[in-house]
Design a protein around this ligand. Sequence first.
Ligand SMILES: [Zn+2]
Length: 160
Amino acid sequence: MKAKFDVFVERCDVGLGLFAARSFRKGECMIVFEGPLVEGHEGRLLSDAIQIGPEVYIDPVPPGKYVNHSCNPNAGLVNNVYLHALRDIPEGAEIRFDYSTSMGESFWTLECACNSPECRGLVADFVQLPPELRAKYLELGIVQDFIKQGLSRIPRKLSA
Ligand SMILES: [Zn+2]
């Protein structure tokens, strides 16, 4: 049986991770996050959730469940659930996105061990990213809609 997406799950330095089963071109959609929607408090308790709205989360089924975070990601979320390649990705490479691009509720952080030179050490909400990085991610179009909508409500001091 052919897998739905050209990816596979394998051990990596932080447990299990998602890997490219073939090379992907920059801009290509690699997987779609699918799974039940969970709202409110229950959603916040999920460990692998993808936030797609205020208090709305997808509890992803495999393979989406296994995508790890990186502070120097090679993938990004487009239109909430589509994971696109941010650069050409060779076969066998691990696929990671920046969790902060889908985090907007100021209650959850993750200690990062991505080992990239850009590592922030702590993964937190989008609004807490350095301004240059926020601008870069916004320009790439890989920030969840609900976060973009919320940005207009952030005091100028934070969003500058
Ligand atoms: Zn990191």
